[in-house]
Design a protein around this ligand. Sequence first.
Ligand SMILES: *Cc1c(COP(=O)(O)O)cnc(C)c1O
Length: 482
Amino acid sequence: MSDTSADDFRTAARAAAELVSDYLDALPGRPVWQPMDPAARQALLTAPLPAEGLPLTGLLEVIGTQVMPAPMGNGNPRFFGWVNSAPAPAGVLATLAASAMNPSSAGGDHADVHLERAVVRWIAELVGFPHPAGGGILTSGTSMATILCLAAARNRAARRAGRDVRQDGLAGMPPLIAYATGETHSCVRKAVELLGLGSRHLRTVATDSDGRLDVTALATAVAEDRAAGLLPFLVVASAGTVGTGAVDAFEPIADLCAAEQLWLHVDGAYGAFGVLDASIAGQYAGMDRADSLALDPHKWLGVPVDCGCALVRDTEELRGTFSLVPSYLRDEAAGALGWFSEYGMEQTRPFRSLKVWATIAHRGRDGIAADIARCTALARRLGELVEADPELELLAPVRTSIVAFRYKPAGADENVVNAINKELPVEVQLRGRVFVTGALLDGREMLRACLLNAATTEADLELLLAEVRAAGAELTERRGGR
Ligand SMILES: *Cc1c(COP(=O)(O)O)cnc(C)c1O
């Protein structure tokens, strides 16, 4: 802050508060997303390294005119793309304070460290996951949380086979085998590859017609691998798949994992918080039996990016995987739980917990549960609207807050339908009124709308479908009729 006086900062901070408030106010009235103006894009890409500095208020001018006019779109209530939420205002405010404090939340006796212990416990309580003291850590997202959990699973399995992976690596061991489905998020395969397990040893287990892991097929695959002398060690189940929002049947999966001594990891990145809605909570039964659960406060909770979370049943498995502090040298002043840097990859760690704290504290458990329930109700309503529309087809039951559907005018040829639906998302996006993305489901191109924003209205849902129909008709016409 050498060239910045306290007064300069105060003046600029007030201006920043106005800028950000104006931005958030104006969002719902703007196009959800637009391609960037080529000149504006080029200006950002080719911005020269400045030799001389700008005053703080000059920075705000650039931010306000060159950056904030071109958002991704996810702050808008008519954004239904991927799994990207609008930022919780409380989290936005907290971000400023967190960066002003700028600690490293690796460990020590300062507020951020203790607050992280508390919010990890809150997250576990929200989703009903057991929480031994220290049983979790905030991460950049679920991709990183998955690496942490799967590393702990791998090390436990190897230890049981008489191997210390940290010291000896995996070479020479029979392959460790993991099980997931075709609906499982790609971060699981990335973690498997990175951890040296080999994606060849990640089995794709069949799913039922609802996209849920087929437990009978899982049991068969495990038995076959054991008979072949391999070492089954891990099952990854999903609490809300990205494609259709399906929730796996955790009870029978957990039974099998208990009988076979397999680590059960649940990917709840998007959907774990759905358990807060009493009307769909039943399908989450048994999620609390997992050995680890990865989830993303930066999705359904709206905590500003980035914030994921790894929850583990056996704290020592995680600490034993990452700690480089021999037990006899542990810093007693840090308490029995030690440092967060003993539970994951990051040493210097950002103050993520303040935005999580603010987001949860502002809404309270009941407010959050109401927001989640609103999203699932909106999703079911959207499903009904799709089903009532002769030009649209619902492709999966609405289980959480994702609606998988496609544009399918009567009598259209299946290949044409696929071709149109492949182009539809971008066509809809370019119109600027709503934003939706696509995916492949069993070889079929589809649209998937993800409801994460409690400010979305039923009129927004109707607009989404009207836009899909209009863009679909336009694409059909461009192809020269049906
Ligand atoms: C988003 C998502 C992930 C990846 O999480 P990141 O926070 O993007 O790293 C994994 N699984 C599911 C189901 C997701 O929705």
